[in-house]
Design a protein around this ligand. Structure first.
Ligand SMILES: C[S@@+](CC[C@H](N)C(=O)[O-])C[C@H]1O[C@@H](n2cnc3c(N)ncnc32)[C@H](O)[C@@H]1O
Length: 226
C-alpha cells in the first residue's frame, strides 16, 4: 500500500466520520411528508420531471435547475437539516423548477398518495447511495427489490433509472436488483441521447467530484422501463 493510498483511506475515514449516517429503517421516518401536487411545486408543471434520490444538500440539483430550465427537478433526502437548508436557499433564489422533500424515499414513494409522482417521472437518479457495507445492514440500502417493483409498476414506459457509485459491491448489488425486474433493461448506448437527458452538461454531484479528485473508480449504468 503506497502513501497516496493511505492518504485516500484516511480522508475517506474522516469524511465518513463527519457525515452523520441515518438509519432509514428507524420509526422516525414512518410518518411521511405528502408530496404536493405538481402545480404547487413548480412554476410550469408540464416540464419533464427528474427525481434525485438521496440529494443531500441539493447542490447538484441547484446547478441542474439553473442551467436546464426546460426540466423540473425534485430531490428527496433523509437528513432533515440538509432539506431545511436547501428549502431556505430555494426560497431566497426564487427558483421555480426545483423542489425538495424530506424523508425516506422508500416510504415516501411506496405511499399510494404519492404514486402520481412516479407516474410523471421521465427519470430517476441514485447518485452514490450509502453503501451500508455490513451484511446485516444491507436492508438499509435505498435500492431494494420491493422498491424497484413499485417503481416498475408506476413508471411510464421509456422512463430511465440512473445509478452511480464508487463501491463495486454496491454496484453489483444494485445492478442485480434492477436487472432482476423484467420491466427494466440496461439501455443501449445507441438509444441514449445525453442532450435529451436530465443532465446534458454532465454536471457532477459533490460525491462525484470527491471521487474524481481522488482518482477512485466510478461504476454506472442506465436502465429503461420497457
Ligand atoms: C453518499 S451520500 C450522496 C449524496 C449525493 N447524491 C452525492 O452524490 O453527492 C447519500 C445520500 O443519500 C441519503 N439517503 C440515504 N438513504 C436514503 C433514503 N432512504 N431516502 C432518502 N435519502 C437517503 C443520505 O442521507 C445521503 O445524503
Amino acid at each position: 500500500m503506497n502513501i497516496m493510498h493511505l492518504y485516500t483511506i484516511g480522508k475517506e475515514l474522516i469524511n465518513n466520520f463527519m457525515r452523520q449516517h441515518v438509519n432509514p429503517l428507524s420509526r422516525n421516518f414512518n410518518e411521511i411528508e405528502r408530496i404536493p401536487f405538481l402545480i404547487e411545486m413548480f412554476g410550469d408543471p408540464k416540464l419533464k420531471l427528474h427525481l434525485d434520490i438521496g440529494c443531500a444538500s441539493g447542490e447538484f440539483l441547484f446547478d441542474l435547475a439553473l442551467v436546464n430550465t426546460s426540466w423540473n427537478y425534485l430531490g428527496i433526502e433523509i437528513r432533515e437539516k440538509l432539506v431545511k437548508t436547501a428549502k431556505l436557499k430555494l426560497r431566497e433564489r426564487e427558483i421555480k423548477n426545483l423542489y425538495f422533500v424530506f424523508g425516506n424515499a422508500n416510504n415516501i414513494l411506496s405511499d399510494v398518495n404519492n404514486e402520481f409522482i412516479i407516474e410523471h417521472l421521465k427519470s430517476i437518479s441514485f447518485n452514490f447511495p450509502d453503501p451500508w457495507f455490513k451484511k446485516r445492514h444491507n436492508k438499509r440500502r435505498v435500492i431494494q427489490p420491493e422498491f424497484i417493483n413499485i417503481l416498475s409498476n408506476s413508471l411510464q414506459k421509456g422512463s430511465l433509472i440512473y445509478v452511480k457509485t464508487d463501491v463495486r459491491d454496491l454496484f453489483d448489488y444494485m445492478d442485480l436488483t434492477i436487472s432482476s425486474n423484467l420491466n427494466f433493461k440496461t439501455i443501449d448506448k445507441r438509444d441514449f441521447s445525453i442532450v435529451e437527458s436530465f443532465n446534458p452538461n454532465k454536471l457532477q454531484t459533490n460525491r462525484e467530484k470527491y471521487v474524481i479528485d481522488n482518482q477512485l473508480n466510478i461504476f454506472e449504468r442506465i436502465y429503461i422501463k420497457i
